[in-house]
Write a protein that binds this ligand. Sequence first.
Ligand SMILES: CC(C)(COP(=O)(O)OP(=O)(O)OC[C@H]1O[C@@H](n2cnc3c(N)ncnc32)[C@H](O)[C@@H]1OP(=O)(O)O)[C@@H](O)C(=O)NCCC(=O)NCCS
Length: 375
Amino acid sequence: MSKFGKMKESSRESMSAVSLSALNDAGLSPREVDSAFYSNAFGITEKQLHIGPLINTSLGIPEKPSIAIESACSSSSAAMHEAYIHIASGADDICLVAGGEKLSHLSTMEATSYFAMGSDYAYEAINGVTFPGLYAAIAVAHMNKYGTTQKMLASVAIKNHENALSNPHAHLHRKLTEEAYLESPVVAYPFRLYDCCPFSDGSSAVVLASEEKARELKDELVEVAASERAGSVATLQERKDITGIDGAELAGRKAFRKAKISPSEIDVAEVHDCFTIAEIIATEDLGFFKKGKGGEAAIQGETALGGSLPVNTSGGLKAKGHPVSATGAAQLHELYEQLLQKSGNRQVEGAEYGLAHNVGATGGSCTVHILKRRR
Ligand SMILES: CC(C)(COP(=O)(O)OP(=O)(O)OC[C@H]1O[C@@H](n2cnc3c(N)ncnc32)[C@H](O)[C@@H]1OP(=O)(O)O)[C@@H](O)C(=O)NCCC(=O)NCCS
């Protein structure tokens, strides 16, 4: 993955560079790729659609098939799922997945307006609600139903900023104190600045191979033990309960069934913390903690490094950054390094199973991957 933050390159240049670097890491030349799956949800802001053939051309493989996958904030994990299906079906042996976004050329107002197009434009965006507002509604509902507190939300932000300090790829390298959190401006009650992920540029890529091919390439492997997707009712106002995300719960259950493990066997998780409340509900939806207990677990340090289940060791979307289409593949990048024990100061010792949870918009589309270390 690239360094997240602000980049000079276009998405197309950055996605080509990380693709090449992932292929190098796998010991492959671009010519060995059977199909490529690319995500660049906000490419229109760079006046560039149909990015696949452009990246393939710069990789020197214009003849290879490529496709663009858009699933809002879960775009590259959805692309990863499609690649997984291609390989599982026997159609392909080696697939390339890459996601990238450049947003720094937009003002906050412009970026917020583009992002709002990922909600129900006719009912949500048109009435002025944006993503901080939608997730703030989820937070208020969770606070009312379960007694989740602002201090619990703060503990998620403080932990993720701390984790990002030892991640060289992270956008925000800034230690956060509770005092600074409480002094920061309100964005959409109950969210303050530090409850929100930033707008980031960046790219990430994954190379996926059939078991046979992978064994020829590497001694130490990471296996995709499960790649599952599910959906939820698209808009908040039509859901029975907004204190959890049905699609995430379902994708999680399917993934645990497929991997034949239980939530307690996961050693490290990257979850979709676009806002602090999103991490709390993700840890509940995935069955790591009981409903309503995710905030308590966070404030007690259960999800910190050294806790019972370290969550978002990368710094998460909150501090590593959230270049929308790069996020899903970047979560997999973090797990890949964790499972191969390459995470330096933020290593979870002996991690065998990692889970990535990636949500599009407010959960209309959800993807859960479980990765396993193979020796
Ligand atoms: C929170 C938000 C409104 C802040 O935007 P802003 O007020 O225009 O902030 P600016 O870009 O002017 O940055 C001001 C400072 O705050 C920092 N900053 C910006 N967003 C930040 C964030 N989310 N967390 C921590 N610091 C942040 C900047 O680095 C900058 O610091 P500096 O002055 O030291 O350089 C914006 O980041 C946001 O809307 N985030 C949510 C994005 C989103 O909805 N994503 C989709 C999720 S589904």
